[in-house]
Write a protein that binds this ligand. Structure first.
Ligand SMILES: [Zn+2]
Length: 145
């Protein structure tokens, strides 16, 4: 038996303990029974950021806005990356218009922006849309893929 990993629930922010070997078995939240590791990006907010920016898996945040054309163009790439990285990295979207305080706190100057967190700390950041191969290459460079 391996040490359980801590995984925050994207629905209720509850912190779950999941054995590493179960990460790929669609684990559910002990509190709300929602899917802990969906294959789609989940929505991050000012209110949930602190709860979500913890746990064993890296967190990749796409900062975007509805009026931003490049952001909308990048959305399918980010969604596909979420499917590919299922169980290895958690992908979240942060609407900068709905969460201006957090966007300022994160020092967002342009969108789309990608921020990669590990162990609650930012380890890498990239501005501008990328293709899926570029995104996966960038993540590989951070030791994620
Ligand atoms: Zn939950």
């Amino acid at each position: 038996m391996s040490e359980p990993l801590l995984v925050p629930c994207p629905h209720c922010n509850g912190l779950n303990r999941i054995p590493a070997e179960r990460l790929t078995e669609a684990p559910r939240c002990g509190r709300c029974k929602g899917a802990l590791l969906g294959s789609e990006p989940f929505e991050l907010t000012q209110a949930s950021f602190v709860s979500q920016n913890k746990g064993a898996l890296p967190l990749l945040v796409d900062v975007w806005a509805a009026w931003c054309g490049p952001c909308r163009g990048f959305a399918p790439v980010f969604a596909e990356a979420a499917r590919r990285l299922h169980g290895r990295c958690r992908l979240a979207k942060l609407d900068s218009d709905s969460n201006p305080q957090l966007s300022t706190q994160l020092g967002i100057r342009s969108i789309p922006s990608l921020i990669l967190f590990r162990d609650g700390r930012e380890i890498a950041r990239q501005s501008g849309a990328m293709s899926l191969p570029q995104l996966l290459d960038w993540l590989r460079g951070q030791g994620i893929v």
